[in-house]
Every structure is written in C-alpha cells, then in structure tokens.
Design a protein around this ligand. Structure first.
Ligand SMILES: Nc1ncnc2c1ncn2[C@@H]1O[C@H](COP(=O)(O)OP(=O)(O)OP(=O)(O)O)[C@@H](O)[C@H]1O
Length: 232
C-alpha cells in the first residue's frame, strides 16, 4: 500500500534517512521501532511531505506520493504528529469541524457522530478549548480529527507519549477497534508492549536505515534483536 524505497531525507544539510526501505501493507498495522534519534519521526514527516525526499521513492497504491502535505492528506493518508497539533484557541467542536469540512465527503465513513461514539469523552468536552484538555483528551481529539479526514492509512507518531497507563489502555483499545475494522496503520512507538500488541508487521530503524524486518510475534520472541536495536 505504501512503499518507501531507498529514501534519503533530513533537515537542510543534516541527512537523517540514509536509504530507508519499508512497506506498509493494506489492512495491516506496521510498527516502526528504534532508539531515540534513529529517524522514526523523520520517516513519518518525509512520508507526509513535511520534509523533502532527497533521493529514493515513496509510492502510495503504486503511484508516486505527492510532494505537498495537503496533497498527501488528500490521497487518503492522515497523520497524528507527536505534538498532536490541536488548535489551542479553538474548541473541541471547532477542531473537529475544521477536519470534517476540509475532508469529509458526502456519504463518508467517518462523521462527527461516529468519532464521538468512538471517544464519548470528547462529546462531553465539545465546548472546551483545546488547551483545557488533558494530554489523553488531546490525543483522542488528534485521532478523532485524523479519522474525520476519512483516511485509508492512519499514521501515528508516539500516541502514548506522556499518557497515564489507564489512558494508554484506552488508546490501545480504540486503535485495536480501528484495526479490526480493517484500517491500515503505521505506528511509531517507544512503548514496545503497546506497539507489538497492535502491530502485525515490525521494522526497526537505526541510524536512518531499516536493520530488522519481521512480524510482531517474531520480534517479541527475539530477545537479541530487542537488546541490540531497542535496548529493551
Ligand atoms: N528539526 C530538526 N533539525 C535538525 N535535526 C533534527 C530535527 N529534528 C530531528 N533531528 C535529528 O534527526 C535525527 C532523527 O530524529 P527523529 O526525530 O527522526 O528520531 P526518532 O527516531 O523519531 O526518535 P525520537 O523518539 O527521539 O523522536 C536525530 O539525530 C535528531 O537530532
């Protein structure tokens, strides 16, 4: 579904991805794991058009991915960044309405009603400002907003970062529901247990390259790989 082939990318003169190759398959969850600074977030930003591809190719459904973030989103890829990027001066309702108005098509799968069914907590907070939300509520809002774009591929950067265990469990269960419905996902995550319980496929990144590829089951059983690449 999404293929990166020998991708090089980075920040200005600083090259971070050194020929990164991976594939996210339709209807499956791919976890991208690796130590701090390995290049996981850089990979996602490059897919989303937030950083330029210096060489190599990225293809979505066999076609080259557009270069600009808005066009990438329009092809059906939604991105929940590590920073969550809630509009702080807008209410929860307004944050959701913006996504729905930009990307919600007639007869689309994801409606305001449906995202509030998934996250009832947001329904209780509709008139609250973005900054009045807890970290967990902000993460729910960021995911809800991404779903309103009716993505075929949902990309999440460290969705559990800074969240209390009970909220981590809730986010896990919601993502599991989305997976059961067949939504394709890419997940960057430091929490090994969280990532491997959701993922089907795993790639491990180190120094801007993929150093391990296999199933979630295989990496759970491979203590050497965990120790070498993840310091688990
Ligand atoms: N805005 C930036 N400008 C320059 N270098 C950056 C920038 N953001 C990240 N880097 C560098 O790129 C490298 C990869 O960072 P990246 O954020 O992709 O790592 P990561 O694997 O996602 O790890 P983390 O869990 O720490 O986010 C690091 O060496 C980092 O210092």
């Amino acid at each position: 579904m999404l293929e990166l082939n020998a991708v090089q990318s980075g920040y200005g003169e600083t090259q971070v991805l050194h020929g990164l190759t991976l594939e996210a398959k339709q209807g499956r969850v791919l976890a991208i794991l690796g130590r701090n600074g390995a290049g996981k977030s850089t990979t996602l930003k490059t897919i989303m058009g937030l950083l330029p591809v210096k060489s190599g190719q990225i293809a979505f459904d066999g076609k080259p991915i557009p270069a600009r973030p808005f066009d990438v989103a329009r092809t059906g890829i939604a991105y929940v960044p590590e920073t969550r990027d809630i509009f702080p001066s807008l209410s929860v309702r307004e944050n959701l309405e913006i996504a729905a108005s930009r990307f919600g098509a007639e007869g689309a799968d994801w409606t305001m009603e449906r995202v509030l069914d998934l996250f009832p907590r947001l329904g209780e907070r509709l008139d609250n400002g973005g900054t009045q939300l807890s970290g967990g509520e902000q993460q729910m809002l960021a995911i809800a907003r991404a779903l309103l774009m009716n993505p075929r591929l949902l990309i999440l950067d460290e969705p559990t970062e800074g969240l209390a265990p009970i909220i981590v469990k809730l986010i896990h269960d919601k993502l599991q529901e989305l997976k059961a419905e067949g939504l394709s996902m890419i997940l960057v995550e430091q929490n090994f247990g969280f990532a491997t319980s959701l993922a089907d496929d795993v790639v491990v990144v180190s120094k801007g390259q993929v150093v391990w590829t296999g199933s979630a089951e295989a990496i759970k059983a491979d203590e050497t790989a965990q120790h070498t690449w993840l310091g688990v």
